[in-house]
Design a protein around this ligand. Structure first.
Ligand SMILES: [Zn+2]
Length: 74
């Protein structure tokens, strides 16, 4: 059943939903996935021998997330 109400111009009052083609969406999905992997690296492995940034600043900054996700810490 179509519940759309037509106005005097014959148009509906509901927004038109246009699907986004997967071909246009894929680069953004890959980019978002890489950002997520980078975030996962900093939360899970940025410490000691695998540390990219010297010092404990990044480790302390993501420390709560590290414990929340169950990564080994201290
Ligand atoms: Zn800890």
């Amino acid at each position: 059943m179509n519940d759309a109400v037509l106005d005097q111009a014959g148009q509906t009052d509901q927004p038109v939903i246009t699907p986004i083609p997967l071909r246009e969406l894929m680069p953004w999905i890959v980019f978002g996935g890489l950002l997520m992997l980078l975030a996962l690296y900093f939360v899970g492995a940025e410490e000691g021998a695998t540390s990219l940034i010297p010092g404990m600043y990044v480790h302390e900054f993501v420390h709560d997330g590290r414990h929340l996700l169950g990564f080994p810490c201290h």
